[in-house]
Design a binder for this molecule. Structure first.
Ligand SMILES: [Cu+2]
Length: 500
């Protein structure tokens, strides 16, 4: 092996040594041919009448340009400083391009000459400008577009490179302007356009820094120190926690193709972008020319973007997340793609088997088998139920509510001496079977979170767990029987997605 490699190495060295003296290094020539980059993006002067770019608010994307020749495209973008909702009951003063976070989506074609008009609304308090990553020229347009409140600036550039590019404000302090939401995407289509899909959506991640804690109500000022420390209060898609969920979810039907244009405004964090339950058929990583196929999670740098195509086969809710996962579940980086259509059991069965798997828990579950035998023989005591319930509570409910029953302040409510629970103890059966979401107040503290349904627990287990909860940590709320649980289970249809 070793001696056969030697001549190859030598040859490589010789080539490397010679190439600077030959005219064009072959690798470089190839790259130019591949990307159709700036050297090839000048298709001459604009033809025909100037066109006005169609700008869209997220998550909508303007239609394809449909042009086959370079045009003069006029873009008019207005900066607005607006107080909007960042989370339910939480207000924030966003600085926006076009009234939304992210800013309006801009779509042009490679070779177009773009006449850019930046207007700064008279109500603004700050000057602003725009740096488009798709511009070839100093500052990406920043200096030429510096605009005081109540003014308008104009500059022109030729879109030489195709790709998906971020734009952002670059007025000092730059970090603060970006943190306040001043970013968006500009797509420069390749000359032949993009492959046809059924839906195109615009999603952009950003990190936000408020003086108050996550979900602390009221108007929240920007926190410069948190921003410098890169310690965001919120990590969001499209500028607010509710931007892409419930009735605002992205939508598609089974059998359709979906294209996501995803940017990351930062200012600080890099996104590990993932769609739970889907695989990207193609990812144009970094918004560039080449695609990778069959991708689970793709990295989107701050100030970067990517485009992904995928086909949807199975109905349900697909969750867009930053897979740096605490950001998704504790800072808001979560959006929904809702797919409607016929089930396809050959591709995804849903839950088929739900059997008890004990593993190494078997030993710790002696109280459970004792209780089960006692229940069968009709001699089950309160003590046996509590002991069995404790074994199940540990590692199930305790993950969130803690072994102490005290929960975690602000995140998981306490079960110990909970006034909410004491008001209607029996309702706890419903919470375990169907989950619990929405605003509740426990011992004077507000919670607005999600407890997942745990209908995989059988009736005995739920009766025992709740009996343990009702008789622990100072609670005196009585006993729950298997029959009570069976009755509630019979009355309530299983929640959609309960197995997830
Ligand atoms: Cu700005």
């Amino acid at each position: 092996m070793r001696h056969s490699l030697y001549p190859m190495l030598l040859a490589a060295l010789l080539v490397a040594a010679c190439s600077p003296t030959t005219e064009a290094p072959p690798a470089r020539a190839e790259a130019v041919a591949d990307t159709g980059g700036s050297a090839r993006g000048d298709f001459g002067p604009p033809q025909g009448e100037p066109v006005h770019a169609v700008l869209t608010s997220p998550p909508q994307v303007p239609p394809a340009t449909g042009r086959t020749a370079p045009a003069k495209v006029i873009v008019e973008l207005e900066v607005r400083e607006l107080e909007l909702e960042i989370s339910e009951g939480v207000r924030y003063t966003f600085w926006t391009f076009g009234g939304t976070v992210p800013g309006s989506f801009i779509r042009v074609r490679q070779g177009d000459t773009v006449e850019f008009h930046l207007k700064n609304h008279p109500d603004s308090k700050m000057p602003h400008n725009i740096d488009l990553h798709g511009v070839t020229g100093p500052g990406g347009g920043a200096a030429s577009s510096f605009t005081a409140p109540g003014h308008e600036s104009q500059f022109t550039f030729k879109a030489l490179n195709h790709g998906l590019f971020v734009y952002h404000c670059a007025t000092a302090p730059v970090g603060m302007h970006i943190a306040n939401g001043m970013y968006g995407l500009i797509l420069v289509e390749p000359p032949e356009g993009l492959p046809k899909v059924d839906h195109e959506y615009y999603v952009m991640q950003g990190d936000f820094y408020t003086v108050g804690k996550y979900r602390e109500k009221g108007l929240q000022p920007f926190d410069m120190q948190k921003a410098i420390d890169e310690n965001p209060t919120y990590v969001l898609f499209n500028g607010s926690e509710g931007a892409l969920i419930n009735d605002k979810a992205l939508r598609a039907k089974t059998g359709e193709t979906v294209r996501l244009f995803v940017g990351n405004g930062g200012p600080n964090l890099v996104s590990s972008f993932h769609v739970i339950g889907e695989i990207f058929d193609k990812v144009w990583y970094e918004g560039g020319t080449h695609y990778q196929e069959n991708v689970q999670t793709t990295l989107i740098p701050a100030g970067g973007a990517m485009m992904a195509d995928f086909h949807v086969e199975v109905p349900g809710s697909y969750v867009l997340v930053d897979h740096s996962i605490f950001r998704a579940f504790n800072k808001g980086a979560l959006a929904i793609l809702k797919v409607d259509g016929e089930e396809n059991k050959a591709i995804y069965s849903g839950k088929e088997v739900d059997s008890v798997y004990l593993g190494d828990k078997a030993a710790s579950l002696t109280p459970v088998s004792t209780a089960r035998e006692a229940a069968i023989s009709g001699t089950l005591t309160l003590e046996q139920q509590i002991a069995a319930g404790k074994a199940h509570f540990t590692g199930t409910c305790s993950v969130c509510h803690q072994d102490s029953g005290l929960g975690i302040p602000g995140v998981f409510p306490p079960l110990a001496k909970s006034d909410f629970l004491a008001k209607d103890p029996e309702a706890a059966i419903k919470y375990v079977l169907n989950g619990l979401t929405g605003k509740i107040t426990v011992n004077g503290k507000e919670y607005d979170s999600v407890m997942p349904p745990m209908s995989q627990l059988n009736n005995d287990e739920i009766a025992n767990i709740l009996t343990y909860v009702f008789n622990s940590w100072g609670n005196q709320l009585g006993q729950v029987s298997t029959e009570q649980v069976a009755k509630v289970r019979g009355e309530t249809p299983r929640a959609e997605g309960a197995a997830h």
